[in-house]
Ligand binder design. Structure first.
Ligand code: GDP
Length: 195
């Protein structure tokens, strides 16, 4: 589906470190522990390509991966760390804003939401930022295997309700489990199909 290699390119800490904008890219955002590294590993088929454990300080980079020759996958730092110092949070928010507003080749952001927890206040903040940068975003529900069928609908309703307030939100959700592999090929196809 992605012709060519999947590789780590670089970690970026400032706008002038971004790779040349020579192909389309998608970015992934989510609260720490939402399952972002696991999803990127599942999506790329490369176990361990995204760091499976994140600590504040090490994760203030925008990490670039190739998805073949024609796409970049961009791993944004996890947000919502309880213990992250304010200076770190502010620096990261500044870079994030610059990136979202300035990156011409960014086609879609995927905002990861835990299937057990739904949309939280910090997720709302990111969604509002995406609205103001006019970056279309799509919600990816993670860890679907952890939720029983009968409990799923309530969370999905909460998420859909939250999305209805965000003009940049793409209406369709993607349900995934990195553990079981659910939704991974759907997500790959969405990324491959962007133009
Ligand atoms: P990150 O901080 O967002 O990168 O989250 P990780 O990918 O490191 O995942 C956080 C925790 O959730 C780890 O213990 C993972 O094993 C677990 N996890 C991630 N995805 C899934 C999933 O699809 N199903 C289940 N059951 N656990 C998951």
């Amino acid at each position: 589906l992605f012709a060519g290699p999947v590789d780590f390119v670089k970690g970026v800490v400032a706008m002038n470190g971004l790779p040349e904008a020579d192909r389309l890219e998608v970015c992934f955002a989510g609260r720490s522990n939402v399952g972002k590294s696991s999803l990127i590993n599942a999506l790329t088929g490369r176990k361990g390509i995204a760091r499976a454990s994140n600590t504040p300080g090490r994760t203030q980079e925008i990490n670039y991966f190739t998805l073949g020759e024609e796409r970049y996958l961009v791993d944004l730092p996890g947000y919502g760390y309880a213990n992250a110092p304010l200076s770190v949070v502010e620096k990261w928010q500044r870079l994030l804003k610059q990136y979202l507003q300035g990156r011409q080749t960014l086609r879609r952001a995927f905002v990861l939401i835990d299937s057990r927890h739904g949309v939280k206040a910090v997720d709302e903040e990111i969604m509002t930022l995406l609205d103001s940068a006019a970056v279309t975003f799509q919600v990816v529900m993670t860890k679907a295997d952890k939720v029983k069928e009968k409990d799923r609908q309530k969370v999905l309703d909460q998420v859909r309700g939250a999305l209805s307030k965000h003009p940049a939100a793409f209406p369709e959700l993607v349900l995934t489990s990195s553990e079981k592999g659910d939704g991974i090929s759907t997500l790959r196809a969405i990324i491959a199909g962007l133009d």
